[in-house]
Design a binder for this molecule. Structure first.
Ligand SMILES: *Cc1c(COP(=O)(O)O)cnc(C)c1O
Length: 356
């Protein structure tokens, strides 16, 4: 049976990237050797790394004056690397759910944390807006897309202090004005690559702001100055990441990616709003393009397990909501085809008919 992959992460990757990766495991770019069995310090692999960086720069429209590096440890390692490097006295955090809370917890090991805004009062169903950003903060930290709750910033904040964003789950899904950020980072396993690599985009002046002496692997300078090669970088995920970016460029780059993501999200949100059995869980203006959360409508809550079974039988994979939100979550990342969303919509419509 055909499967429609809505997994939240690790998640769907383009077929073209998977096919290239499968080949490279056997014979890497005609070297006669597996990608998994060569030194990262070969000119062939250095070519992969350089192309991954240049495609990232091109597709996200990253201005000059920024460095890109790839490192292991996941976004969760950055939760403490960021304050270790940049928290001198006080940092500001916007609390939009689990991932920002985890970042706040780690920052407290290094200094004072001011939560400048929070959406906890309504179980993180919206993005706080119009809050003041004190100018004495070392930096302001946000999570641009809240994977678990399905909320997403729709504008790039104007911040008087360096702005740092976790974009794990919406990187390269929509245009971003990179010049407004001092640092953008994320685990690549939601939208770009298999698990194992973290991308970091950092404005070069941040390297002068490192707050304290640090172990080598924690210091951001190490990774910029050694071009992701201080130690062995995650070779295989970086290769797949490059292939994903090549695919994105081949379909028309950011403009086309964004158009497709808006189209898919519009289709599914329209059905959630139309279908009497379901309702969305977040403020409409803050709805994520990537993680689309919904529940059974009031009075129909008991149908949830039946819908999950029904959808599963139709080939839907990964639509059970996170335990903190319940209901359903369809993660419609870049590589998720419109066909999958259409199949889910058809499934919701059929389920509604069965219960009329
Ligand atoms: C998945 C996720 C993380 C955690 O990433 P790891 O690489 O597993 O540490 C952090 N932030 C966001 C927004 C996520 O979606």
């Amino acid at each position: 049976m055909k499967k429609y992959n809505f997994n939240a992460g690790p998640s769907i990757l383009p077929d073209a990237a998977l096919e290239a990766a499968a080949k490279a495991i056997i014979d890497f770019d005609g070297t006669g050797l597996s990608l998994l069995s060569i030194s990262h310090r070969t000119k062939e692999f250095e070519g992969v790394l350089e192309e991954a960086k240049s495609l990232f720069k091109e597709l996200l429209n990253i201005p000059d004056g920024y460095s890109i590096y790839f490192v292991g440890g996941g976004a969760s390692t950055q939760f403490f690397h960021i304050p270790a490097n940049f928290l001198k006295t006080k940092a500001g955090y916007v609390n939009t759910g689990v991932w920002s809370k985890k970042a706040i917890k780690e920052a407290k090991f290094y200094g004072e944390v001011e939560v400048v805004a929070s959406s906890e009062d309504r179980n993180f169903t919206y993005i706080p807006k119009g809050f003041d950003i004190p100018s004495d903060l070392d930096y302001l930290y946000i999570c641009s897309n809240n994977t678990i709750y399905g909320t997403e910033y729709k504008t790039d904040l104007d911040s008087p202090v360096p702005l740092i964003a976790d974009m794990s789950s919406d990187i390269l899904s929509r245009p971003v004005d990179v010049s407004k950020y001092a640092m953008i980072y994320g685990g690549a396993q939601k939208n770009l690559a298999p698990a194992g690599v973290t991308f970091v985009i950092i404005r070069d002046d941040m390297l002068e702001r490192v707050a304290r002496p640090l172990p080598t692997m924690v210091n951001v300078k190490t990774h910029v100055e050694n071009n992701s090669m201080f130690n062995t970088p995650p070779v295989f995920p970086i290769y797949v990441l490059r292939e994903t970016l090549k695919w994105m460029k081949s379909i028309g780059g950011m403009e086309e990616m964004y158009r497709r993501n808006q189209e898919k999200a519009a289709l599914l949100y329209a059905e959630i709003d139309r279908n009497s059995l379901f309702r969305g869980t977040v403020e409409k203006e803050d709805r994520s393009l990537m993680n689309i959360c919904f529940v059974m409508s009031d009075g129909n809550e008991a149908l949830a397990p039946e819908f999950l079974e029904f959808a599963k039988a139709k080939g839907m994979v990964g639509i059970k909501g996170h335990r903190l939100v319940g209901g359903f979550r369809a993660s419609c990342y870049n590589a998720c085809p419109k066909e999958s969303v259409e199949a889910l919509v058809a499934c919701m419509q059929e389920f509604e008919k069965m219960h009329k």
